[in-house]
Design a protein around this ligand. Structure first.
Ligand code: FRU
Length: 711
């Protein structure tokens, strides 16, 4: 048998055993060695991974690689190998970056002629910086002398190329396959998708009877995932589905790893993860940004949010959904809005259509209507409605209700304007331009006026608010994404600001906030929820919401100002309270030295008297008050805080990834994102340079909002 086989091999021309691979370059050295550069794009030496301003580069081998992002996308140049002899059938390499065969490419030259070319495949909207294996077949060139030239001649988006591990080999790398599919019968609640954050981004879809029901991008893991995303498949239970991925390595096991069950993976540690905020909302899995559609209806606060269910980073915008009886304990529900033919689901608002003005009501419940941006080409505004308290949503078939106007117009905030019995929409247009529209039925919109808010873009809010101490007197507030706000008057058509813009907060962890619609009159609060822009590395989720705060408008020395205070419902999380008696605090004393706590709600009222500095050290996070400068600081954040009748008041809430600071009843509002040292539970209040009079000092230990939370 063996003899026959070897005879056959000999007859076939002698299939020799493969030779060892020959390394052309692995770019692990301190320099490019004999490789020569021109221009600046390749720097003077191999890069070590990601360069400043670049998305995380993955998929390279070892530490070094060729990365022409040196100087950003705008830089150009070439990198050329010394001549070498082709001695194997294949040249294999790892490659990423722009997909431009002329401008961001790798060329093989023989006798000064380009004989092979290759590019990266990262160049797509939301693409990743993952290098992928590729190869040239060069059997016919064996014996020839060749040169490899890596070119970056592109200056725009994806104007760079990444290369690593160039090897001559008789074996091919596992190639890439396009449109890889797997059939599966959907029998459970959740489909589990393995994710490798920073891995190559794939376009994936779920087809039922040939119809594409779900479509998204995902960094599908081969091998051990960082975490598992889940897809709610209850709408398709019992159906046969095709899972389809646009491109995968031939030997990929990713599609086979996908499985299903009735619980999400990691349910046993859910809400107990190391960096899981304990009284700030965050989604079970994936990325969140803006709160959307904040609306109260029949005992429930709805929180919709910009959600990427399948990635740790921004992308695949859906409207995630959670409900709460008290703005503190949240229950996450299935996604409310999925991307559709008009685009992905960007930010917007929701209302209760009490008078059924849009005609969507089918039963006894009042319809909830969400007004969202469909981020397609171009951006438009559309409607979806729910007749079952937000549990299921139907898109209005005649979307869009507001066609494209300019740029990437987006983020409609709609509310009922009772005096004219009409809906009013604030919309972000472009640059720092916003506009107001009105409608009788949510379907036909008419432009009323323009608003300019210098220094601010995106996510407008617009509401009426009484002046504290003079409640019959009101003003209107208009603000944008970063919290820059104008106070003024509104005549039903036009907003007229009365003063320069101010900032609502002085933190580093606050963006794209919204306030609740439909708060019952007897409550009457203006409740705001911001996006808490704080990364949670190595977690199966990323970012959070800020704590809900109540806004009030106060006359101050500088004019009318918005104050923010934590909603009173947060007090229900208090477990142990420590009330420290009024005392004169001297340097080197710490009345909190006996207290250890993880989740904290601390209040202090103090007269600085002779002290130069008063400070708090909460679990290693320092908050300092400079008495002379009348300035409060925490990490890099600073804000003025003037004593009132000689006293300053602070309230500080410490969670796992944030410290929320409120000064003088909310005049100062400083949400600070920081990873609070896990093991440090010590608390300190101190003075320097003299003593201070503490009038009141309370430390409330808090319990997790998730401890009674349902999964
Ligand atoms: C603000 C924002 C909005 C947009 C959304 C997309 O953070 O950029 O303008 O609608 O996020 O996720």
């Amino acid at each position: 048998m063996i003899a026959v086989l070897s005879l056959l091999l000999t007859l076939a021309g002698g299939i020799a055993p493969p030779h060892d691979d020959i390394l052309i370059a692995d770019f692990e050295g301190q320099t490019y060695g004999a490789w020569k550069t021109t221009g600046t794009a390749f720097g003077s030496a191999p890069a070590h991974g990601t360069l400043p301003g670049q998305m995380a580069v993955t998929g390279y081998k070892g530490n070094g690689l060729v990365n022409s992002f040196n100087g950003g996308d705008a830089s150009v140049g070439t990198l050329t190998s010394p001549p070498f002899k082709i001695e194997r059938k294949h040249i294999r390499f790892l490659i990423g970056g722009g997909k431009d065969l002329e401008k961001t490419c790798m060329n093989l030259l023989v006798e000064d002629r380009i004989v092979r070319k290759a590019t990266g495949n990262n160049d797509k909207p939301g693409g990743s910086e993952a290098l992928e294996p590729a190869y040239w077949e060069v059997g016919e060139l064996i014996g020839k002398t060749a040169v490899i030239q890596i070119v970056d001649n592109a200056t725009g988006g994806w104007g760079h190329i990444n290369v690593d591990e160039i090897v001559m080999s008789d074996s091919k790398p596992a190639g890439m396959k396009n449109d890889v599919t797997r059939e599966i019968v959907l029998e459970h609640k959740y489909l589990h998708l393995p994710v490798k954050t920073g891995g190559a981004k794939r376009n994936m879809s779920v087809l039922i009877d040939g119809h594409e029901e779900r479509k998204f991008e995902i960094e599908l893991a081969d091998g051990k995932p960082d975490w598992w995303a889940f897809m709610d498949i209850t709408p398709f239970r019992g159906r046969k589905a095709t899972l389809k991925v646009d491109r995968l390595p031939e030997d990929s096991t990713a599609l086979n790893a996908i499985d299903q069950s009735n619980e999400i993976k990691g349910a046993d540690t859910l809400y107990r993860e190391r960096l899981r905020p304990q009284f700030h909302f965050s989604p079970r899995r994936g990325w969140n940004n803006d709160p959307n559609g904040l609306v109260y209806y029949k005992g429930e606060y709805h929180l919709f949010f910009q959600h990427n269910p399948y990635g740790w980073n921004w992308g695949n915008m859906h409207w995630g959904h959670a409900v709460s009886p008290d703005l503190v304990h949240w229950k996450e529900l299935p996604e409310a809005l999925y991307p559709d033919a008009h685009g992905t689901m960007f930010s917007g608002s929701a209302i209760v259509d009490t008078d059924n003005t849009a005609g969507f009501q089918t039963g006894t419940e009042k319809p909830l209507v969400s007004i969202f941006t469909a981020a397609g080409t171009p951006f438009t505004q559309g409607l979806a409605y729910s007749n079952d308290k937000g549990r299921t949503w139907t898109k209005y078939p005649n979307n869009p209700v507001l066609p494209h106007i300019v740029g990437e117009n987006r983020d409609p905030k709609v509310f009922w304007y009772a005096p004219d019995k009409k809906w009013v929409m604030a919309l972000y247009l472009d640059k720092s331009d916003f506009a107001l529209f009105s409608s009788k039925d949510l379907k036909a919109w008419e432009k009323m006026s323009d608003i300019a808010l210098p220094g601010t873009t995106e996510c407008p809010e617009f509401f009426e608010i009484p002046i504290e101490g003079d409640k019959k007197n009101t003003r209107w507030v208009f603000y944008g994404g970063n919290g820059g706000y104008l106070v003024g008057k509104f005549d039903g058509k036009k907003f007229t600001p009365e003063a320069e813009p101010h900032s609502l907060h002085s933190g580093n962890c606050w963006y794209a906030s919204q306030t609740y619609n439909n708060i019952p009159q007897k409550d009457g609060r203006r409740i705001l929820v911001p996006w808490g822009t704080m990364a949670t590395p190595d977690m199966p989720f990323n970012q959070m919401m800020g704590i809900p705060v109540e806004l009030t408008l106060h006359p101050t020395e500088e004019g009318l100002r918005l104050f923010a205070t934590p909603i009173r419902e947060l007090n229900t999380l208090r477990t142990h309270s420590h009330n420290i008696p009024a005392t004169t605090l001297k340097p080197n004393e710490n009345p909190l030295s006996n207290i250890q706590a993880e989740l904290i709600d601390l209040s202090i009222e103090v007269s600085p008297d002779g002290a130069e500095e008063i400070g708090l050290n909460l679990r290693g996070i320092a908050i300092r008050y400079d008495v002379k400068a009348q300035e409060l600081s925490c990490l890099n954040q600073k804000a003025k805080l003037k004593p009132i009748e000689g006293k300053i008041r602070l309230r500080v809430l410490v969670d796992r990834t944030s410290v929320d600071i409120f000064g003088n009843g909310g005049h100062l509002y400083m949400p600070v994102g920081v990873i609070v040292p896990q093991e440090n539970h010590s608390l300190e209040v101190y003075v320097k340079g003299g003593s201070a009079q503490i009038h009141a000092l309370n430390v409330h230990e808090l319990k997790s909002a998730w401890s009674h939370g349902e999964r």
